[in-house]
Design a protein around this ligand. Structure first.
Ligand SMILES: Cc1cc2nc3c(=O)[nH]c(=O)nc-3n(C[C@H](O)[C@H](O)[C@H](O)COP(=O)(O)OP(=O)(O)OC[C@H]3O[C@@H](n4cnc5c(N)ncnc54)[C@H](O)[C@@H]3O)c2cc1C
Length: 292
């Protein structure tokens, strides 16, 4: 890394910001390497609506967000599981050092109406490295419902993004640029320093010579953010229901008065940007059924 003068990260969603933070923490000041983050949308945008939540071009603030472990169904999932445990350990550290990060550790509850054999047999990948994991209902009852609980993290996504952004800006002097790139190659024309190292965190995979990764496709999500009633019983836990019909429903409180997320839709190939009223009704219905 000795000849490198400048690292440019394309994309200012959670991946771009986390990459910038990891680099900033690990590079020595003596190396004198500049870091720039370029994003068309992100926490650096002065328009409040764009910096907090905006369009499908900046998905990070929309995330729930919580972590739920699950049994691995392939060697790839098993190796990715280990990465989630590294994140878990890092988040434990961040939550203790920086309460303003909004990361909190709470009880995670999993309710499976029709658990497959991976869940029923608690196959590898689910409980490893997870504190407080226990199966509380084994699925052998008449209704076949299985339940488990564990310790996990939740966070307030728009505020967590702002937290990292401010850290990068103020503590690490990272530069931010609001700019729409036509290609990654265009970065070479924007800066004098040479060589520039480019890290691609554009979500949909902007290509070096332009265009986007053809392997990428949209998945639409819709959630409800509610202002919880006083004494809401869900403020210290996150619950995920996997329903018989294959749909999912979850409750995620957002720390620091961020409301409660009720989720959620996962619609592969759908890039509709508006609010689908049918989805909203379904989300409310699912929550009502789960409470019965
Ligand atoms: C409703 C909803 C709920 C979700 N819930 C969860 C959850 O609970 N847990 C979870 O893990 N995930 C969840 N997700 C998914 C999660 O939000 C995304 O996977 C994640 O935020 C992607 O992060 P990213 O940094 O890759 O992309 P993004 O946050 O989309 O950022 C992409 C960045 O690249 C920039 N960019 C792209 N092209 C260009 C260009 N040409 N020029 C300049 N800049 C460019 C954008 O402006 C932006 O800054 C949810 C998503 C939605 C929509």
């Amino acid at each position: 890394m000795t000849d490198i003068q400048h690292i440019v990260i394309a994309g200012s969603g959670i991946l771009g910001l986390t990459t910038a933070w990891t680099l900033a923490e690990n590079l020595s000041p003596a190396q004198n390497i500049k870091i720039t983050v370029i994003g068309e949308y992100g926490p650096h945008c002065s328009n409040m609506n764009i910096s907090m939540t905006s369009s499908n071009k900046y998905t990070s603030p929309w995330a729930g967000a919580h972590f739920r472990p699950f049994p691995s169904k392939s060697a790839t999932e098993y190796s990715e599981m280990k990465l989630t445990r590294s994140t878990l350990a890092k988040f434990k550290e961040i939550s203790q050092l920086f309460p303003e990060s909004t990361i909190r550790f709470v009880k995670g509850i999993e309710v499976l109406e029709s658990p497959d054999e991976y869940y029923r047999n608690v196959k590898p990948g689910w409980k490893e490295g997870i504190d407080g994991f226990k199966v509380t209902r084994n699925g052998n009852g008449g209704d076949g419902v299985m339940e488990a609980e564990y310790e996990t993290w939740i966070l307030n996504a728009p505020m967590y993004l702002q937290f990292i952004y401010r850290k990068l800006l103020i503590e690490y002097n990272v530069n931010f640029m609001k700019f729409r790139l036509k290609s990654l190659d265009q970065i070479n024309d924007l800066f004098q320093e040479n060589p520039v190292v480019i890290v691609n965190c554009t979500g949909t995979g902007l290509q070096y010579r332009g265009g986007y990764d053809p392997e990428c496709y949209p998945i639409r999500g819709q959630t409800l953010l509610i202002n919880p009633p006083k004494d809401c019983p869900y403020m210290d836990k996150t619950i995920t229901y996997q329903l018989k019909d294959g749909s999912w429903s979850f409750v995620i409180p957002r720390p620091l008065n961020g409301g409660v997320i009720l989720g959620g839709m996962k619609q592969v190939g759908d890039s509709f940007l508006g609010i689908n009223e049918e989805d909203t009704e379904k989300l409310v219905e699912m929550q009502q059924e789960n409470q019965d």
